[in-house]
Design a protein around this ligand. Structure first.
Ligand code: ZN
Length: 77
């Protein structure tokens, strides 16, 4: 399981915008028992270092309810 797209984030320290490739994320799965059956949710984690100020940034993305949350920048079509 892997994210479909690269993720955009911005540094909380210097506001630098950066792109994190989707294969930098580690996937974690949780399963729940629900009335309708079991349900699996995916979370993605990554720790990156800002290239401008070397601030360490922890990213966490939940695959629910939206498939992907991009932080700080809209994807251009
Ligand atoms: Zn920074």
């Amino acid at each position: 399981m892997q994210l479909d797209n690269d993720v955009f984030s911005s540094c909380g320290n210097c506001n630098n915008k950066m792109k994190i490739a989707n294969d930098n994320f580690e996937c974690e799965t949780d399963s729940y028992e629900r009335n309708m059956g079991s349900e699996i949710s995916y979370s993605f984690y990554s720790t990156i270092e800002c290239p401008e100020c070397f601030n360490e940034i922890d990213l966490k993305i939940n695959d629910e309810p939206l498939p992907l949350v991009s932080i700080g920048e809209n994807k251009l079509n």
